[in-house]
Design a protein around this ligand. Sequence first.
Ligand SMILES: Cc1cc2nc3c(=O)[nH]c(=O)nc-3n(C[C@H](O)[C@H](O)[C@H](O)COP(=O)(O)OP(=O)(O)OC[C@H]3O[C@@H](n4cnc5c(N)ncnc54)[C@H](O)[C@@H]3O)c2cc1C
Length: 565
Amino acid sequence: MRDLKTIQNTVYDLIIIGGGINGAAIARDAALRGLKTIVVDKEDFGGGTTSWSTRLVHGGLRYLEYFEFNLVRESLKEREVLLHAAPHLAKPIQMTIPIYGSGSRSYWEIQAGMLLYDILSFDKTLLNHRMLSAKKMRQLFRSVNPEDLKGAAQYYDAQAEYAERLCLENVLSAQQAGAVTLNYVTVAEIQRQDDRITNLVCEDQLTGDRFTVQGSDKAVVINTSGPWVDQVLGLGRRGDRKAPIGTSKKMGGTKGSHIIVDTFPGAPDTAFYVEAASDGRPYFIVPWLNMYLIGTTDLRYTGDLDRVKADDDEIDYLIGETNRVLPTAHLSRKDIKFTYSGVRPLPNAEGKKPGSITRKHILFDHTKEGVSNLISLVGGKLTTHRQVGEEMVDRVYRKRQQPAPPCLTDKQRLPGAILPNAPEIDQALENYGDRVASESIHHLFAVYGALAPKVLALVDDDAELGEKIVNYLPDIKAQAVYAVRSELAYTLADICRRRTMLSMEANYGFDALPAILGALAKHCGWSEAECDRQTQAYRAFMEENCIPDYLLNSPELTRELQPAS
Ligand SMILES: Cc1cc2nc3c(=O)[nH]c(=O)nc-3n(C[C@H](O)[C@H](O)[C@H](O)COP(=O)(O)OP(=O)(O)OC[C@H]3O[C@@H](n4cnc5c(N)ncnc54)[C@H](O)[C@@H]3O)c2cc1C
């Protein structure tokens, strides 16, 4: 149970609305610098845009075309910080750009871009780019479409395979540093008096309870609600009257969708960064969790932000473009394992082409709109979350007219930071090798890093928790119990979609449910009724977000989705 009474009786220096990657990073930075901080999210931490991204920690080669050199430099700097701060979560990934005669950029233009990318990342630990002739490219990637191929460029970026866990580790680090971190808490009203926000009225989604979060005299409120920024601003009230904050629209989100497929004939062993032949848009084919993540689209979006799903047209576009560059793939709808979509929290820029809207972030101070202690984040990539945290907390101290203590997040590592081949892995193999499969132990270190021994410790209490959840994947039952006890997970979607990646791997996660529910009934007090309710909610979540529309009513899928009893 969460102690809402104590929370209600406390006054906070910093109140953060939205616990995606940016809200989490701000909470971490602020708590480490001594601000009394609370962060709330209406759903799960990282459950918004953060869990629907391409998961690349990148400079954004594309932004060079728009002369956004500062943004590229900042992102490349942050890429390096993250490789150091979370080596278990951010890993180098090789990228290959096939260059075609019909493409919009020539071989030489791409080479110039590559040189600039290297210059802007002069202090990196990753290798510089290299250019490949058409012959070399065909030798390295025999399945690539050879027609009109002029060559290729190869370079390195980084990948956060578990972007959701990157967000979670920021939240856990904030919590360790003293922040209050509440998921499933919706901000329902933002109460204003004169030019200041005094308190927020919140609703606990788990119990329906309403409570108040109060700010101190110098409190600052941060709106990091991503694409929901305008909706949150609309929650302003003075007493009983509505008093929305500001009049202008800040956000102009675009929708991006991905498809996920198993490895296919001719699948590349690096990520591909390709210009789509049908519309010239860039998209990625990225090796991910032994599968391939392909995306994205970039479409203006004005629909429901809580229900964003890949359209059948987007799925067909991504299939068609992948088959075009890798003709041996022969992908079709039946190969799709999973889809997901998100809305980029971009600044409102009506009339601009979606791809040309700046990816820079803006700290929007609402003083000019008559509210002196509110800042909204407009924009902000996954890659630059730490930098956003630092800038925002510096700004908060300025607003409070206090000197800011030094930022710690550029050096302090995330809780799970561990290097590959750390001695802890051998130790765990020795301690648990008789009860837990060695591939599972390695998997736990790959996912939880230095926190893996805490998951394994649950096996000491009940050896059954060392068993695999499904026999074809390395995940073990202890992970579900650990998620609920130590990682703020409350629902099956939290466990299967964001603490683990079972939703993407085990038949939409349905194969995993019986073992997970068994472990939670035994160790976390989930009743039979709760298990049934959770199963239904999970199914609804998957249907609304991840299962393609064309599959929803197919008898084949209906059969497959029945969790084994
Ligand atoms: C398709 C796609 C691909 C992308 N690929 C990349 C990539 O490869 N690399 C990269 O660096 N970036 C990428 N991005 C961008 C990146 O994912 C986002 O910019 C980033 O995740 C935004 O994080 P955020 O914390 O600002 O917002 P979000 O993650 O959306 O978090 C906002 C949170 O606010 C909460 N909230 C909303 N209203 C309320 C309320 N009333 N009360 C309480 N909480 C509320 C929501 O539940 C949500 O969790 C991509 C984005 C998309 C859509």
